[in-house]
Design a binder for this molecule. Sequence first.
Ligand SMILES: [Zn+2]
Ligand SMILES: [Zn+2]
Length: 271
Amino acid sequence: MAVPDRFGLLPAGPLLLTTEETRLLWAFVHGDIMDAAVRSWLRASLGFCPRHTWAYAVVEIELWEAGVGGRGGHQPFDVCVLYEDLCRTLSARLGRPRGWGRRAEAALVPSRRCYLCAQLAGAPREGFALGYANSNSAALAAEANLLRHTRRWCEATADEWAPAACPACLGAAAGAAAGTHDDGARLCRLHLAEAVRRVAGDDARAGALLSAASARLASSAQGLTVLARSMTAAGAPADARTEASWIEALGFFGGWQFPAFLAGIRADGAP
Ligand SMILES: [Zn+2]
Ligand SMILES: [Zn+2]
């Protein structure tokens, strides 16, 4: 399995989900997400770690074959519902005045461990794994790892999300060292936390970075609401901008290396 960088971000490449990750995520899509205690865990953990942020979308998009709305399946419906909540919650938290003595970047740092990583640590690792409704998790993992539908989503919407993607992540995706990037409106959560740490003591600068991120998250939440509606029976089809909103949201929380890899994007803009 590829090793994350010092920010915890993924290298540019396929995820290669294990059978156990697929089994747990497939069960998550079918049930855990509805649980109030899990929702509050996910708010505290700011969603999943970067790997499981994208793994969650891959499992839903690749494996969920039937669906309503114009696409009829292979769409990130649960992902939209969860990340609409996370974007709205974090946007509000970043917009609030910081408590006395709290670090400026505190709201960007998870206060709980990734829910999937915690389950993996306590789960059996070997043997034939029966998953949700007795599904064969090894076969599901092999199918998910083809990334057919996720790649199609990332490629088809790249014109919309790539200009707004974190420049530090795209630099890393291209194999370049992530340099000093100052663009608070585009930085992912991890590079934004680093940028805010760098301007420690300059409250005005830190505040500007955080309020740019807050505004961006509020707009992502709106896009996700409309996109989720397009996946329901009565929903109107979404435009290209809206279709990209789930990638923007997951890119903020889990970094952009994975969609950039799938869409074949490099930091210099070359295909
Ligand atoms: Zn994880
Ligand atoms: Zn980044």
